[in-house]
Every structure is written in C-alpha cells, then in structure tokens.
Design a protein around this ligand. Structure first.
Ligand code: NAD
Length: 267
C-alpha cells in the first residue's frame, strides 16, 4: 500500500493510546477511519476529536473477545467506508505477575483480548479483503514481550508471541493478494494501558500514563507505525534498546545446536 489517501482504515482499541494516535497519523495522511473499542464513552470522545480535526471518522462499539462483535465491526466498517484497506488489530490489555501466580482467569483475560482478539480480526476481515481485490494491509500490535521472554509478564508474552507468529505466517501467505502485514513490537510507550487493563477487570483506578526512562511518546510510535505500512515493513521496532535482547534470544537458540553437537548429537 503506497498511500493512505482515500483508504479505509479500521483500528481496534482505537479510543486511546497507540490505537488512537495511529488513527490520527492515518487520518493526517488522508485515510477514512473506523475506530472500534469496548469503552463506548471513550470511543465517542475519540471520534469527536478526530472529526474536530477534519477527519472522516466513525465509531463502532466492539469487544474483540467476541467473534460476533468483530464480524459486526467488519459489516459496519464496509458499510461506512465502502472499502476497507487497513485493519489494525491493536486492542490489548496487560496483567503482570509471575506465571506461578497467574490464575485461570488471568490467563483467559489476557489471551482472550490479546490473542483471540487479533485472531477474530483476521477471521472477520481477511476473507473480505481478499474478495475485495484491492490489496491492503493487516497491522497488529504485539510487543517487545512478543519477541523475548519478559520475566513477570508470562501470560502477556504467551499472547504476544502468538500475535507475532500470526503476523509472520500471514506475511508469507497473503503477499500474493497484495496484502502487506506489519507487527508493532514496542517496549514502553506513554499510554494508559495499565489503568485501562485494571479497570477492565473491575478495579477502580485513576488514569495513569506509563512514564519513566525509555518510555516513548505515543505519537512518535504511531508515526513509525504509519510509515511501516507504507514501507511494507513486517516488524515495527520502535525501541532501539530492544535490539540487544532480541539478538541474544536468537544467539541462545543457535548456541544450543553447538552444545548438542559437542555432546554428540549429530541429527
Ligand atoms: P490503552 O489502554 O491506552 O489502549 C488500549 C485500548 O484497547 C483501550 O482504549 C481499551 O479500551 C481497548 N480495549 C481493551 N480491551 C478491549 C476489548 N476487549 N475490546 C475492544 N477494545 C479493548 O493502551 P495502549 O498501550 O495504547 O495499548 C495498545 C496496544 O499496545 C495493546 O495491544 C498493548 O498490549 C500494546 N503495547 C503497549 C505498550 C505500552 O507500553 N503502552 C507496550 C507494548 C505493547
């Protein structure tokens, strides 16, 4: 996809954070937008802001855990936009804590939103993008935690590794349909993720942006993400600080072959 001009873009988790900032980047480049989120009030505010900035924007309430709601989102997006070209599966939540302390509900909460959400997005949109025959782009938000093991974020890592796998395999399968694939894998970004995730589990918490050393501004990450779509880059790696950890993971895997060879394993 070499332009956003006149293209239809759907963004899940679009009412705040990375989703909303990326919608603004797409809109600034001429895209027409459908934002989806399960927080209806935040969604209304986000759509109103995009419209006040001159964007052709619509909101569709959607909980990505529910396949029928994601199918409804696709129906509405094609109806409202006429054609859909970019689908950004971005909605996500985080639960921290060691795997030994994860409850069954913790696992379900994270996997239902962070892994089944993107799978539902692919199920609902990919056949229609292919049928539409105009190419397009599937975009996913995974995480740095989808590329290397993050201690204390085990359930989140399991979900995000799955999202990276989904994107990597799709990129090999849908290129002939003119559909590009990108997966955003950031370290910390200045969003409200932790408070949003806590509220989604019924905890009453104040908004609190992620802050501190190495936390990137959400608009910068969104700009890189929009550029990655145009450049058809599979990996969107916003944090240079993640590079060494990613390399070391593959070095650890590679070194295992040497260790096994040295121990006499020749297969
Ligand atoms: P955010 O909380 O600002 O945005 C997430 C949005 O998703 C919210 O508007 C929320 O209402 C929505 N959402 C949550 N569950 C949903 C559901 N079931 N259905 C529909 N919408 C739902 O946080 P963010 O940081 O912008 O998160 C966006 C993505 O970025 C997530 O996938 C997250 O895992 C990922 N991520 C964030 C960071 C970070 O440091 N902020 C780092 C790596 C990856």
């Amino acid at each position: 996809m070499d332009t956003f001009e006149g293209r239809g873009a759907v963004i899940t988790g679009g009412a705040s954070g990375i989703g909303f900032a990326t919608a603004r980047q797409f809109a600034a480049r001429g895209a027409r937008i459908v934002l989806a989120d399960y927080d209806a009030a935040a969604l209304d505010r986000a759509v109103a802001q995009l419209r006040s900035e001159g964007c052709d924007a619509h909101g569709v309430a959607c909980d990505v855990r529910e396949p029928e709601q994601v199918t409804h989102l696709a129906d509405e997006a094609f109806r409202l936009l006429g054609a859909v070209h970019v689908v950004f599966n971005n909605a996500g939540v985080a639960v921290d804590g060691p795997i030994a302390q994860m409850t069954h509900d913790d696992w379900h909460f994270v996997l239902d939103v962070d892994l089944w959400g993107p799978i539902h997005g692919v199920e609902a949109f990919l056949p229609r993008l292919i049928e539409q025959g105009q190419g397009g782009h599937l975009l996913f938000t995974a995480s740095f935690a989808g590329l290397v093991p993050n201690v204390g974020l085990g359930a989140y890592c399991v979900a995000k590794y799955g999202v990276v796998a989904l994107a990597e395999v799709l990129s090999r399968e849908v290129g002939n349909d003119g559909i590009g694939v990108s997966v955003l894998c950031p370290m910390m970004v200045g969003t409200n993720l932790l408070a949003t995730s806590a509220r989604a589990r019924g905890h009453s918490v104040e908004d609190q942006l992620i802050a501190g050393d190495g936390v990137l501004d959400v608009d910068e990450v969104a700009r890189l993400t929009a550029e990655a779509v145009l450049a058809d880059r599979l990996y969107v790696l916003s944090h240079g600080a993640s590079r060494t950890s990613i390399r070391r993971r593959f070095e650890r895997i590679d070194a295992t072959f040497d260790a096994q060879l040295a121990a006499g394993w020749n297969h």
